[in-house]
Design a protein around this ligand. Structure first.
Ligand code: PLP
Length: 401
């Protein structure tokens, strides 16, 4: 045997969505006449804007002409896209960045899992709990997890987000080098106000901590007091790296495009230099047609279509939230994010609630336990479905309570 990465070899299986799928198919095998509606998976369902598809197709055709052919693009993204991201997502909010602080990638999963390479192998990280598993997994594979006992990594600080604290994480109480934050949050659907987020920025500045901020859901924000970017907070350019994505903003989960902002102010330019060096070693960039497609998201037609899709999903979220609340459930999120997080009734575990819903409503969702220990007794429903299916699923859930 070669000497292998023992941290990777001993990773526990990531089983949440596989187990949900297994339970759905087991139910469907026994009841082929009862179709199940899934509000479980966090993937978009609405088609791309035609403006986006056209731009992608035109760019692909350009590539078959001698003048339009392109080989390797710039490692950090074509200037036309970097500029479009800055002009549309940052400048209008009064955030000043230079274009070489924005790095185009094939998605936020790639970037959020790669950020940990900036840290030393001994560095300590904190995550909110429940959490998007990528932040923890990438650190555990690099040896920063410690021991995995009863679903918890011994060296990772988990910041519990529960109904009792309004799903607002406490500040870390142990020494940490980096803190991962994702707001609006997946899975809780809860967002932080600018004032609440400022608290983490101030704390990070005081303690020399790096914040990794995942803004994948910023396009879903409806509340005026919720920031679209962490750089809306004072001093954030000196302590935070932000990842964004076209996946939920424009339905790019299958197209693949995202970006990361690494300001030069961050620790005297060291992190900017390190991220450039790392990307140049890891990546040859994102395909030209995909970057043209992403650019088209910001055309008038692209913007209109993306907004229409987001409004469509958020209307689903509103239906889920309002109906389940009227039915007496404790319901959270769904205002600034396409996720509704609910407390399971009668103290059921999330897994028991999934079984109950399958059996009595033919509806599936994601048990909170799959997102971390503080997810126990909670359940996630997503707004990514048709309005008809969403209404029908909610009707059936209410009848089955
Ligand atoms: C969906 C999602 C992303 C987007 O990932 P991509 O790789 O860009 O598709 C990032 N972060 C969170 C928390 C998500 O839920």
């Amino acid at each position: 045997m070669p000497a292998l990465n023992a941290h990777l070899a001993s990773m526990p299986a990531g089983y949440l969505f596989r187990e949900v799928a297994n339970r759905i198919s087991a139910y469907c095998r026994l009841h082929p006449d009862k179709p199940v509606i899934s509000l479980g998976i966090g993937d978009v369902t609405r088609p791309l804007s035609p403006a986006v598809s056209r731009a992608m197709a035109e760019a692909a055709l350009e590539m078959s002409t001698p003048e339009g052919f392109r080989g390797y693009g710039p490692d950090f993204g074509y200037p036309f896209l970097v500029r479009a991201i800055y002009k549309n997502l940052y400048e209008p909010r009064g955030i000043t960045l230079s274009c070489d602080e924005i790095f185009v990638s094939d998605g936020a999963k790639t970037d959020t899992s790669g950020l940990q390479e900036l840290l030393s192998p001994e560095a300590r990280v904190a995550v909110t709990d429940p959490v998007y598993p990528v932040y923890i997994d990438s650190n555990a594979m690099a040896g920063r997890g410690g021991e995995y006992i009863d679903g918890v990594w011994s060296q990772v600080e988990y910041l519990p987000c529960k109904a009792e604290n309004g799903f607002v994480p406490p500040l870390p109480s142990h020494y940490v080098d980096a803190l991962y934050l994702c707001f609006p949050n997946n899975p809780t659907g809860v967002a932080l106000t600018r004032k609440e987020l400022q608290r983490y920025v101030d704390w990070a500045l005081q303690n020399g901590v790096l914040i990794f901020y995942d803004a994948a859901y910023s396009a879903f924000i409806t509340s005026p007091e919720v920031p679209r970017s962490i750089y809306e907070c004072r001093g954030a350019k000196s302590c935070a790296i932000e990842c964004g994505s076209f996946s939920k903003l424009a339905g790019f989960t299958g197209v693949r495009c995202g970006y990361t902002v690494v300001p030069r102010e961050l620790f005297g330019g060291t992190l900017h230099r390190m991220w450039c060096r790392r990307l140049a070693a890891h990546s040859n960039g994102v395909s030209y047609p995909v970057q043209r497609a992403a650019e088209a998201v910001f055309t008038p037609e692209g913007r209109r279509d993306c907004k229409e899709n987001i409004d469509y999903y958020m209307n689903n979220a509103r239906i889920i939230r309002n109906e389940l609340r009227s039915a007496g459930l404790q319901v959270y999120g769904g205002v600034d994010a396409p996720y509704v997080w609910l407390r399971t009734p009668h103290g059921m575990s999330g897994w028991d609630f999934l079984d109950h819903l399958l059996e009595n409503a033919q509806v599936a969702g994601a048990p909170g336990e799959g997102f971390g220990p503080s997810g126990a007794g909670y359940f996630r429903l997503t707004a990514f479905n048709t309005a008809e299916n969403t209404r029908e699923a909610v009707r059936r859930i209410c009848a089955a309570l």
